[in-house]
Design a protein around this ligand. Structure first.
Ligand code: SF4
Ligand code: F3S
Length: 106
């Protein structure tokens, strides 16, 4: 399955949503996750993310391993998002910021 990682937090560009053939993205206040029970590993979303936030579960960057559990858990409680929408106004300002884990709103 594919996993959304930290760089999505407060960026939330949602380009990923439009290309997913099985609509498996779920939306929280400032982050998106992928439902691992729905993702078919098609790879289409990975290159679409301007933040480079999407990785395959067996190829997660160092320090991003916990996002596998975060995606699986929040996918069960957050609603589906099936269409791209405008990013937060300050999304670009958060693009290069590291260590955003504490800012994730559940
Ligand atoms: Fe959707 Fe394909 Fe991305 Fe999985 S890999 S979330 S199926 S676009
Ligand atoms: Fe997040 Fe990238 Fe999608 S920033 S909303 S994973 S396009």
């Amino acid at each position: 399955t594919y996993v959304v990682t930290e760089s999505c937090i407060k960026c939330k560009y949602t380009d990923c949503v439009d290309v997913c053939p099985v609509d498996c993205f779920r939306e929280g206040p400032n982050f998106l996750v992928i439902d691992p029970d729905e993702c078919i590993d098609c790879t289409l979303c990975e290159p679409e993310c301007p933040a480079g936030a999407i990785f395959r579960d067996d190829d997660l960057p160092e320090g991003q391993e916990e996002y596998e559990e975060i995606n699986a858990r929040l996918a069960k409680v957050w609603p589906a998002i099936i269409q791209k929408k405008p990013a937060p106004e300050d999304a670009d300002a958060w693009l290069e910021v590291k260590d955003k884990r504490g800012l994730l709103e559940e």
